[in-house]
Design a protein around this ligand. Structure first.
Ligand code: 3HC
Length: 704
């Protein structure tokens, strides 16, 4: 017997041998939209009126179980039936309900499964409550049911971390009852249901289980570790409030508390920012130039240079299933690079990202190094990650042009240099582009795909396809010094150097911006990257520097003293052997004071708020120019870049979203205020002035 009331039904029911199989079919990820919720309620009402139904199986069609509430519905007024009602209806079912999970069961999707009385999952399935990543907590009973099933500490980890758990761990935790091999989920679920019928096993509502009460000291330890990891984000702490209610009150009271907290979070700026970031990361790949363009095939890639970048790129490519040949200048250097790549891959095995068998297969069959370019004749793509000098790049690209097969893509990992000039050194400028990875390349998710004047659409599409294979987020960038990210970084660095010249210490700046939400302050980041890198770049740009610019030379002085940051034990901070972070150094404050004196400046007090205002105004202003010039397609491209490559706090959505939140007129007023002190640095971007005049935000430029 099959129920499917209309052609566009998103839930279908089919009864065989006493088991009703309820299938959700709402591509691409079976989000629990209003239509799905309505039809699920209908389906479960039918169970009550069908005397021949003795058990129910919930399945999802397509590539995955449900990814949860429909995020795109969040901006509209919620429509009944709400998800908690649906989950309650499932749990209240008079006959046993089994959720059968494949792919990922996330958020409301997992909560739906928690409403079922039993859960089975394919071995490859994952499940989690990632609501914190959207600034929310599980709002369909998850905060109350999960701790009853797996204990409070494990539930806290799942809810506050937001990471999914693998089926095997879920089984150990008691979240699921059975693991089945992929491909036989439906049959396994039906036979599981039939076993329950035959053995007369009854329903098992999770709400009727008792919740453990954590001993006070363990609870306090848990709370303090969650607070530390939250770094300013409020949702993880709200998850703990809901767990507190689960431990100390009735199920119904806990649900009411969960509802109240969910409502508060849903109307918060943090939720708006995180939801925006989620959608922006999906939107950023929609680039008109490559819409409908097929990428070129990728199988073998070459990497030039075995430094930190080359090693990270090679490891990422190998983990993405590609063959890699790495080129170095000497046998010794090539050997060292091979060892370094193997070390990175070994780390991936330790973190369960690669199996030992996969590692063996990579090292035996897919990876090798060389000192000759001839080995790159078969490569589909070569990524140059050599020294940042145009002369070096010219030399490498003309060699590659001579050796690589027709159709091979030649990419540079340069952070600043002109891709058009590099392309001109070859006879195939349409095959040349920038692939700007971030260090360490096997960890950082951002990839700027830098499109030159002559780069062909299918070469760009191949850059995006490579990013996807490497599980990275690609952002299209135009050619300018520093592309999107480093160009904005250079500008806000000038602004914070200005703050230091006016009286803030580098440590004040780092502290204020960490309090704003950055993972690390910018001076600590420079120390980590190596102060010599910025120094080399400033020397490269020196001939073109406008004499009207206020040039803060204190970082150069540190470099002249051999203080290159962490790697030399001294930079803006002093690093003791083995210490995780550095200590402020009075000598640096002295160097800064001398620089102020040279410039005739008197130090004044600067509040943490003013430091943040300067940083944000500089960032928004330069980003506006970057958008105006077409270097970034949209404001969201800037946000995705700064969020994934520069540690901008995700719960603030990105600098463009944040600027919209505080108001562009405030940003413009700040620029005008700072202009009185440094008219050269603080010139408002035309786009910013135009948006303020029309009362629009950056958001208005996000749809193209
Ligand atoms: N609602 C609406 N659309 C969703 C969605 C959701 N929950 N999850 C994914 N999508 C959309 C994406 O926006 C994308 O749309 P597009 O093709 O138009 O850009 C499409 O589905 C495919 O998504 P991905 O590109 O991300 O596909 P992947 O295969 O890489 O990843 C995924 C799939 C793991 C499911 C990932 O999309 C994901 O993590 N989704 C979010 C899951 C989540 O956060 N769920 C919690 C929602 S809040 C909630 O449930 C509240 C409840 O407690 C009350």
């Amino acid at each position: 017997m099959t129920f499917l009331d209309h052609d566009d039904a998103v839930v279908s029911c089919d009864v065989t041998s006493g088991v009703m199989v309820v299938v959700i079919a709402n591509p691409p990820v079976n989000a629990l939209s209003h239509a799905v919720r309505l039809e699920l309620i209908d389906s479960f009402a039918r169970v009550q009126s069908e005397p021949g139904v003795h058990a129910v199986v919930i399945l999802c069609q397509g590539r995955t179980f449900s990814a949860g509430a429909d995020i795109r519905e969040f901006t509209a007024a919620p429509k009944s039936p709400h998800l908690p009602q649906v989950v309650d209806a499932i749990e209240a079912c008079a006959v046993p309900v089994i959720a059968a999970i494949h792919g990922t069961a996330l958020g409301g999707g997992l909560e739906l499964a928690l409403g079922a009385h039993y859960r089975i999952a394919e071995r490859t399935a994952k499940m989690g409550l990632p609501e914190v990543n959207l600034g929310l907590l599980p709002g369909a009973g998850g905060t109350q049911r999960l701790p009853r099933l797996i204990g409070v500490e494990a539930a806290a980890q799942v809810m506050t971390g937001g990471d999914p758990v693998l089926a095997k761990d879920a089984k150990e935790l008691g979240l699921i009852d059975l693991i089945v091999e992929p491909g036989r989920l439906k049959q396994a679920a039906i036979s599981f249901a039939q076993d329950l019928i035959v053995t007369g096993t009854s329903v098992r509502p999770t709400r009727e289980m008792t919740c453990e009460v954590l001993e006070k000291t363990r609870w306090e330890v848990l709370k303090s570790s969650v607070a530390t990891r939250a770094k300013g984000s409020t949702a993880p702490l709200a998850c703990l409030d809901a767990l507190d209610a689960a431990m100390h009150g009735s199920f119904e009271a806990g649900l009411a508390q969960e509802r109240a907290l969910f409502g508060q979070l849903k109307s918060s700026d943090q939720h708006r920012a995180l939801r925006y970031a989620f959608l922006a990361e999906r939107e950023v790949g929609k680039v008109p130039m490559i819409t409908g363009v097929a990428p070129r095939g990728l199988d073998q890639i070459g990497v030039i240079g075995g430094g930190t970048m080359g090693v990270g790129i090679a490891a990422s490519a190998l983990m993405a299933g590609l063959g890699v040949r790495l080129i170095e200048v000497s046998e010794d250097a090539a050997h060292r690079a091979e060892v370094a790549v193997a070390r990175v891959l070994d780390g991936a095995v330790k973190r369960w990202k690669l199996s030992p068998q996969q590692l063996d297969e990579i090292l035996e069959h897919r990876f090798g190094s060389d000192v000759e370019y001839a080995g790159l004749a078969d490569a589909d793509l070569v990524i140059e990650a050599a020294f940042e000098s145009m002369d070096v790049k010219r030399e490498i690209f003309s060699q590659l042009d001579a050796i690589c097969k027709p159709g091979a893509i030649l990419a540079s990992n340069t952070s600043y240099l002109d891709i058009n000039e590099i392309a001109r050194t070859t006879n195939r400028p349409s095959d040349v582009l920038g692939l700007h990875f971030f260090s360490p390349a096997h960890v950082m998710r951002l990839l700027e795909v830098v499109v030159g004047d002559t780069t062909s659409a299918d070469a760009v599409a191949t850059g995006f396809a490579l990013a996807k294979r490497m599980k990275k987020i690609a952002v299209r960038a135009g050619v300018c010094d520093g592309f999107i990210g480093n160009r904005i970084l250079s500008h806000y660095q000038k602004a914070i150097n200005g703050a230091v010249l006016h009286g803030a210490s580098p440590y004040d700046v780092d502290q204020a911006l960490k309090r704003f939400g950055l993972a690390m302050g910018p001076f600590a980041v420079s120390d980590l990257a190596g102060l010599d890198i910025g120094w080399a770049n400033r020397k490269r740009l020196a001939p073109a520097r406008d004499p009207a610019e206020t040039y803060a030379a204190f970082a150069d002085v540190l470099c002249e003293m051999g203080r290159f940051g962490r790697k030399t034990g001294r930079g803006f901070y002093i690093y003791e052997e083995g210490a995780k972070s550095g200590c402020p150094d009075p000598e640096v404050e002295e160097i800064v004071a001398q620089e102020r004196a040279r410039k005739g400046r008197t130090a004044r007090d600067m509040s943490a708020q003013e430091i943040v205002d300067r940083y944000m105004a500089a960032m928004a202003n330069e980003a506006a120019r970057v958008i105006e010039e077409g270097i970034a397609l949209r404001p969201l491209d800037v946000d995705v870049t700064l969020l994934n490559g520069y540690g901008f706090p995700r719960w603030r959505g990105g600098p463009m979203h944040f600027a919209d939140t505080v108001g562009l007129s405030k940003i413009l007023n700040d620029i005008k205020r700072f202009q009185e002190e440094d008219a050269h640095l603080w010139q408002p971007a035309q786009l910013l002035e135009r948006l303020v005049a029309t009362g629009e935000g950056f958001e208005s430029l996000n749809s193209i």
